[in-house]
Design a protein around this ligand. Structure first.
Ligand SMILES: CC(C)[C@@](O)(CC(=O)O)C(=O)O
Ligand code: SF4
Length: 471
């Protein structure tokens, strides 16, 4: 009887090209996703060493960080224009498929991989982007890499990696009304901190996780990096296979059935041991709002801004003081007394069709509050099209939201969408670092429902009291 194994061990072993005691292993990489920000130097490195891309068919590119979310036809920003032209030229020169601005497949890299079915269980997937962990929702081992590793993977389709430890993150029980996948991951990081996953690949398990849709699982895996983890994944199941069936890059018919049998064998074995285990009970999770400048500085919407005195170390006290100063918040302020001037519904964390439906349910028949600028940015052109088919764009526009083209947008200020200095934004993205959404911008990370509720109230509200809140 072979030793029971976790999915992480199974994928690692299936991809081991070379291994020597005391050295990193050489892993085979099944898919590299590429975007315009972290790829120019890698392609330049290939050119200088006279190398080709070893497997262009296992490489897929998109443009997302710099793209404007309106008037895409005329890009005014010279840097953005250059980044995108460079990616187009590199993809042409090296024979790589690219979803450029004219492509119906264009969108944020971690939205289109799953959407196209490029992301599949058991694959090793890399991208020059720390939110590559998103793809782990499908039971893939997906992680962010640096520019030199992007180049190494392009040239050899392999990567040297030191074997990570494994950690089970068990989410017990069932979610209560108004609590979403975004609240689960924000609550886990608030409870265990931004570095509890360091050196580990996380596997999310438990009744609450297996009850989630694929989009909700992607929201959770997306933020594994904000817990310090190398990657985060969920064992594939029927929900996974149903999502993938019929997608453009997924085999069909008998080949699909054979794949499903392969994928079923990947799930973590009964009795497999992890190096570490943490857990959270769903009943302790509330709709979350961050008050600080890292994703762990969050609290239930029924709570208040903490005092530095609540920290159990001087470093902790200092961290809270610094965050409160940047965020201009006073200890003891109720989260429902915090008003906002901007709302951003978007990013690779929460801009899939289910996220937009969740937000539209709250926005329908209501109006964006005076003094609030609210924006909805679909994660891909396909999501935008689907939302328009369902009339979600009309709901948002009638409520006074801006309805935009897809892109990373206000998640980070690398394009025309940013938050002015000193102003607050309820944001469905994954990072609330100082200056992330613009110089002096104050970011509060929330779920799409909470963001829409903040837009129509001009401040955070306890969405559990809204009849639209779903269980
Ligand atoms: C900065 C940008 C390229 C990035 O996508 C990079 C990353 O996630 O590694 C981000 O969201 O911080
Ligand atoms: S949406 Fe934000 S977090 Fe995601 S890849 Fe783009 S910039 Fe990075």
């Amino acid at each position: 009887m072979t030793q029971p194994k976790t999915i992480i061990e199974k994928i690692w072993e299936n991809h081991m090209v070379h291994s020597e005691p005391g050295k990193p292993d050489l892993l085979y990489i099944d898919l590299q996703m590429v975007h315009e920000v972290t790829s120019p130097q890698a392609f330049e490195g290939l050119r200088l060493s006279g190398r080709k891309v070893r497997r262009p068919d296992l490489t897929f590119a998109t443009m997302d960080h710099n793209v404007p979310t309106e008037n895409r036809e005329s890009i005014t920003d010279a840097v953005a224009k250059k980044q995108m032209e460079t990616l187009s030229n590199n993809c042409k020169e090296f024979g790589i498929e690219v979803a450029d601005l004219d492509s119906p497949n264009n969108g944020i890299v971690h939205i289109i991989g799953p959407e196209l079915g490029l992301t599949q269980p058991g694959k090793t997937i890399v991208c020059g982007d720390s939110h590559t962990s998103t793809h782990g929702a499908f039971g893939a081992l997906a992680f962010g890499i640096g520019t030199s590793e992007v180049e190494h993977t392009l040239a050899t389709q392999t990567l040297w990696q030191s074997k990570p430890k494994t950690m089970e993150v068990r989410v017990n029980g069932r979610l209560s009304k108004g609590v979403t996948a975004k609240d689960i991951i924000l609550a886990i990081i608030a409870k265990y901190g931004v570095d509890f996953g360091t050196g580990h690949v996380l596997e999310y398990t438990g009744e609450a996780i297996s009850g989630l849709t694929m989009e909700e699982r992607m929201t959770i895996c997306n933020m594994s990096i904000e817990a310090g983890a190398r990657a985060g994944l969920i064992s594939p199941d029927q929900v996974t296979f149903d999502y993938l069936e019929g997608r453009e890059k997924v085999p069909s018919g008998e080949a699909f059935e054979r794949k499903v049998e392969e994928w079923k064998a990947l799930a973590t074995d009964e009795g497999a041991q992890y190096d570490a285990v943490v857990e959270i009970d769903s009943s302790e999770i509330e709709p979350m709002v961050t008050w600080g400048t890292n994703p762990s500085q969050g609290v239930g919407v029924g709570g208040s801004v903490p005092s530095p005195e609540e920290a159990d170390s001087s470093a902790g006290r200092k961290a809270i003081e610094q965050s409160l100063e940047y965020m201009d918040l006073k200890p003891g302020t109720k989260m429902t007394d915090v008003s906002i001037q901007h709302v951003f519904i978007g990013s690779c964390t929460n801009a899939r069709i289910s996220d937009l439906r969740e937000a539209a349910k709250v926005a329908e028949g209501r109006k964006v509050a005076d003094g609030v600028r609210a924006m909805v940015v679909p994660g891909s052109q396909k999501v935008k099209l689907q939302a328009e088919k369902e009339g979600l764009d009309k709901i948002f526009m009638e409520a006074g939201f801006d309805w935009r083209q897809s892109g990373c947008s206000m998640c980070l200020s690398m394009n025309p969408d940013f938050v002015p200095e000193g102003e607050r934004c309820a944001s469905t993205s994954n990072r609330n670092f100082e200056g992330r959404q613009g110089k002096g911008a104050r970011t509060h990370l929330v779920s799409p429902a909470m963001a829409a509720a903040a837009a129509v109230n001009g401040k955070f509200v306890d969405i559990r009291e809204m009849e639209e809140a779903t269980v």
